[in-house]
Design a protein. Structure first.
Length: 132
């Protein structure tokens, strides 16, 4: 990216070699490069945030048995509704999952294990999909 901005090794056209950053911003090529760079940075930040969220379950979690009560398939996704008991109350949770070989074991009326973060029933994951 730096070679394109500076214009070394004939990567960038001769016109952009002597331009300031403000002048380059007006060119369509530089705007596209800046847009894609921004998209890459935002994607990497969201990816790292998701990984850290999943890893945060390893520290403090509670395992709960749950039962699958409904599955809806839409193209490459499946919506899974589970019900479980938490502190004597019946709770339910809806998960949207990609339909792949790891999620094929989830069927109607099958038993799954959920891991719950910090005793909060709204923050839970299906254990077999994320942890071994």
């Amino acid at each position: 990216v730096l070679a394109i901005l500076i214009g070394t090794n004939n990567v960038c056209p001769q016109i952009l070699r002597n331009m300031t950053l403000a002048e380059m911003w007006g060119t369509p090529d530089f705007r596209i490069l800046a847009l894609f760079s921004l998209i890459i940075v935002v994607t990497l930040i969201l990816f790292v945030k998701r990984i850290l969220y999943i890893k945060s379950f390893e520290n403090e979690y509670r395992t709960v048995d749950a039962k699958v009560v409904d599955i809806n398939y839409v193209k490459d996704r499946c919506g899974v509704d589970v019900e479980f008991n938490f502190n004597g109350e019946s709770c339910s949770k809806h998960f949207m999952l990609f339909n792949n070989k790891q999620t094929r074991y989830v069927h109607m009326d099958s038993d799954v294990k959920l891991i719950m973060k910090n005793e909060n029933p709204k923050k839970c994951l299906i254990k077999d999909l994320y942890f071994d």
